[in-house]
Design a protein around this ligand. Structure first.
Ligand code: APR
Length: 385
């Protein structure tokens, strides 16, 4: 069976779903191919601290209602140095911008709901996804569903399939460059249905680092630094709470509300970046292109940033009458997610406004100028296929 869409999106995580939503606001047709079932994707517990740019973007894209109702705004974060009083870095005061604790699981639910309302096509349990003819003007994707081979013809492919996905691996080894740094420790994290410590708090201690974070007013996330060979079975909840409290100031430890963990995992800390993020008609976004350690709660925000720029670039491409030949496309280069500069023909002004279609503005209920205030824009380049 062969079908056709404008942009085939590989991966139905936050990056893929958000891209599908944003392109739809511009009248661009997409199909999302997800390897797992929807239930599986919605069970995953991951990031949850949103930066100001992400918050603005979700609101502007019509996805902010539940986030504003259930999210937990934060003006900054605290640092506790062993033996010294805790101090608070008031980001809101110094930058005018606040953060929001709102779980990635909730964002994914909101995105699925928005795609369903708009009649968006998300094909789950799509196996053996393969990308073809990426350097031609007619790329296509093949996959299997319920034992049947299927094919989607498209103009572009967005690789939003995370670190383990197939998209990045479809870029020839002679072109792909990867950079990786592994740290000699991991983070043992637990999630508990307890009221979180009021501030995000980073604790330095000679026993090891500890972090108090949260996802919602009744969902806490706590981490302690651990050895890479740590085994989960050696860390019953009691031991975790004891160790966590030993690493934070006494006045803070006294306020931590403990409870049974609903999730417990060990994350080795590492950074990974792949470039180029574009190969022919394939664009990578999110974890497919870069992984950062959870330290700065940056991964999800970077994925949203990628999607913002990619959606604007594709919208721009579809507006040009020369589409399919040498269509100008805006691509972005920011520090943590470099884009190949080989094809860049002219750097544009960093503060150049990004134009939004009337449809996007109308459906998102915002003016283009509001979106252009987003913090993501660092360098914008004009490239040619
Ligand atoms: N075919 C189809 N889908 C695939 C394939 C494949 N071969 N490989 C992976 N996927 C799907 C995964 O099942 C997953 O649902 O792609 C999706 C990728 O989602 P994420 O890993 O969540 O990546 P991304 O959408 O880039 O999200 C950004 O930010 O906080 C971080 O790591 C955190 O997930 C978060 C990320």
């Amino acid at each position: 069976m062969i079908t056709r869409t404008q942009v085939a999106i590989i991966g139905g995580g936050p990056a893929g779903l958000l891209l599908s939503h944003m392109l739809d606001l511009d009248g661009i047709d997409t199909v999302v191919l997800e390897r797992q079932s929807r239930a599986h994707v919605l069970r995953r517990i991951r990031a949850g601290v949103l930066e100001a740019g992400t918050i603005d973007l979700l609101r502007a894209a019509g996805l902010g209602e539940r986030m504003d109702r259930e999210g937990h705004p934060h003006d900054g974060s605290a640092i506790a140095w062993e033996g010294r009083p805790r101090f608070f870095i008031d980001t809101k005061k110094f930058t005018g911008k606040a953060m929001m604790a709102y779980g990635q699981t909730a964002i994914t639910e909101d995105l699925y709901a928005a795609r369903d309302r708009a009649g968006g096509e998300i094909i789950d349990e799509a196996v053996n996804v393969e990308l073809h003819e990426l350097t031609s003007a007619r790329p296509y994707v093949t996959y299997e569903k319920e034992g049947q081979s299927r094919r989607i013809d498209c103009d572009y492919i967005a690789g939003c399939d995370g670190y383990h996905g197939v998209s990045r691996q479809s870029i020839p080894a002679s072109v792909l460059r990867t950079y990786e740094k592994g740290y000699p420790f991991g983070w043992l994290g637990i999630m508990s249905q307890t009221p979180p410590f009021p501030d995000l708090c980073y604790c330095y201690h000679s026993r090891g680092f500890a972090l108090a974070s949260m996802r919602s007013p009744m969902l806490s996330r706590y981490y302690i630094q651990c050895e890479l060979d740590t085994r989960l079975e050696d860390w019953p909840d009691e031991r975790f709470w004891q160790e966590f409290k030993a690493r934070c100031p006494q006045e803070m430890a006294a306020k931590i509300v403990t409870g049974p963990s609903i999730e417990k995992s060990i994350a080795p800390l590492r950074s990974f970046v792949a470039e180029p993020m574009r190969y022919g008609r394939l664009f990578l976004a999110g974890d497919a292109a870069h992984i950062v350690p959870p330290t700065g709660a940056k991964g999800l925000n970077l994925a949203v940033s990628d999607v913002f720029y990619l959606s604007r670039a594709l919208a721009q491409a579809y507006k040009t009458p020369r589409l399919g030949r040498r269509a100008p496309v805006v691509v972005v280069d920011h520090a943590a997610a470099p884009v190949s500069r080989r094809d860049a023909v002219r750097p544009a002004r960093a503060r150049e406004p990004i134009r939004l279609s009337a449809r996007f503005g109308a459906r998102a209920g915002v003016t283009g100028r509001a979106i252009c205030r987003l913090a993501f824009r660092d360098v914008i380049e004009t490239a040619h296929f």
